[in-house]
Design a protein around this ligand. Structure first.
Ligand code: UD1
Ligand code: CA
Length: 459
């Protein structure tokens, strides 16, 4: 195995064909920017150093946030100029693997097998090729009569490319292993084509020097798929999503309608959880085992513990405890924390609040900035009035509290353990433990208001 392995990831250039304000390599695949997939693959393949080549001002280096080395491409255009931007890292390395930041599904296994092939062949350069993709637009691998690689012909522009070359199916995937010194020597000798210095220009130069050139042919088309347009990205996203779902299924997760589900890379799901139709799980979401999620749930950056149910709901930065129940039609906003066995039911919104063990908020409520104790029940349409127009205030609701329907709890407020509130009450003062609080609004009956009550009956 080669020691001192540096992986270069070419990631400069905005990628104008994406028609986006976002640089190409930052476009997400299953919620994770393309370049991060490539970085993860490089690491898994055993890279000692990972260097990303970016262009100043494009925002890619800033995104990477110190997790990898950056080499800025300030001079020249093209993949050759990109690699030269990492001259210092190359000069200090033995083996260099070059990856493209726009091949998000490149697999660590394939990178490893490329390095193995490179070492076995004692080659100065080993390129990865495939015959399994539509070759349009890719560099074609031109081989000599003895089958050895002679050069790469670019076909992004086909003018000047011969019909024989256009008929070649074997393409350059754009993933290479090089002896670092051989690469630097050859690159310095590569001239410009169409105003660019092509990395593929090193192939004939290395060949002329009489050094070993190897090609490693693969059938792993996912690794070979590059993204130049959003249409390319659609297919990559589809494949990555399928892979993720298959991996979760293998680990014991049930999917009733997998084609309707979107799960970000990095989301965790426990065994024996069922994911229904129309479920989206994003960001740092973790779902425990034995849960029922969906049909229809949009869950971002939330934790759901074992045995919980979430049906027709939207959750953002929420925490759902074991065996708790959410929905249908519930909205849990940041800081909503539901303890074990609690329930947030139909048309209920909870924000920055703790719902204690076994407590229930079954219908039509808004609970904001509140702490609800254990075993309490908020009657239908109980509302916390947490905002006085200037500031937010908290509502403390004790254990075993029962609020009547249409209770307004005007914060700051404390409702003691075992307290009750009457239907339709506006509670503005603290309620002591064990008492019943209600606010009077006396009922008046206005007689004779409708002189012909019998005629109002439906036929
Ligand atoms: C390249 C290969 C082609 C191969 C294809 C596979 C060359 C000349 N051609 O073509 O043989 O079939 O990949 O997908 O290498 N980049 C920089 N700086 C630059 C230019 C590009 O960092 O100045 C980066 C891009 O961000 C991208 C990668 O290099 O991640 C590849 O560049 P791109 O322009 O997409 O090359 P292709 O035309 O696809
Ligand atoms: Ca490309």
């Amino acid at each position: 195995m080669a020691r001192d392995l540096t992986v270069l990831i070419m990631a400069a250039g905005h990628g104008t064909r994406m028609r986006s304000s976002l640089p190409k390599v930052l476009h997400p695949v299953c919620g994770r920017p393309m370049i991060e997939w490539v970085i993860a693959a490089a690491r898994e393949a055993g890279a000692d150093r990972v260097v990303c080549i970016t262009r100043p001002g494009e925002g890619v280096a800033e995104h990477l946030d110190g997790s990898v080395e950056i080499a800025e491409q300030t001079e020249g255009e093209g993949t050759g100029a990109a690699v030269l931007a990492a001259r210092e890292a190359l000069a200090a390395s033995q083996t260099a693997v070059v990856l493209s930041g726009d091949h998000p599904l490149v697999s660590p296994e394939l990178i490893k097998s490329l390095i193995d092939a490179h070492v076995r062949a004692e080659a100065a350069a080993t390129l990865l090729t495939t015959e399994q993709l539509d070759p349009a637009g890719y560099g074609r691998v031109v081989r000599g009569a003895d089958g050895s690689v002679e050069r790469i012909v670019e076909t992004k522009h086909t003018d000047g490319v011969s019909p024989e070359e256009l008929a070649i199916r074997e393409i350059n995937i754009g993933t290479y292993a090089f002896g670092a010194a051989d690469l630097l020597d050859a690159l310095d000798a590569v001239g410009e084509e169409r105003g660019e210095r092509y990395l593929t220009g090193v192939i004939p130069i290395i060949r002329e020097k009489g050094k070993n050139l190897a090609a490693h042919v693969t059938a792993d088309t996912r690794s070979a798929m590059g993204v130049n347009t959003r249409a390319d990205l659609l297919e990559i996203e589809r494949l990555a999503r399928l892979d993720l779902i298959e991996r979760h299924a293998t680990a014991g997760v049930a999917f009733t309608a997998p084609g309707t589900v979107a799960i970000d890379a990095g989301v965790e799901i426990g065994a024996d959880t069922t994911i229904g139709s129309g479920v989206t799980l994003t960001g740092a979401t973790r779902v425990g085992g034995g849960c029922t999620i969906g049909p229809q749930a949009t869950i971002a950056d939330s934790t759901i513990e074992e045995g919980a149910t979430v049906l027709h709901a939207v959750l953002t930065e929420a925490h759902v405890g074991p065996n708790a129940s959410v929905g249908p039609f519930a909205y849990l906003r940041p800081g909503a924390k539901l303890a074990e066995g609690s329930k947030v039911g139909t048309f209920v919104e909870v924000k920055n609040s703790n719902i204690g063990p076994g407590s229930k908020v079954p219908h039509l409520s808004y609970v904001g900035d509140a702490d609800v104790g254990e075993g309490s029940n908020l009657g239908a349409s109980t509302i916390t009035a947490n905002y006085d127009g200037k500031r937010k205030h908290r509502t403390a609701i004790g254990d075993g509290v029962k609020t009547g329907i249409h209770t307004s709890l005007v914060a700051p407020l404390t409702v003691g353990d075992g307290a009750y509130t009457g239907a339709g009450s506006v509670i503005r003062k603290d309620v002591p433990d064990g008492s019943l609080a209600y606010s009077d609004a006396k009922q008046r009956n206005i007689e004779g208001y409708n002189p012909k009550p019998a005629e109002d009956r439906p036929e």
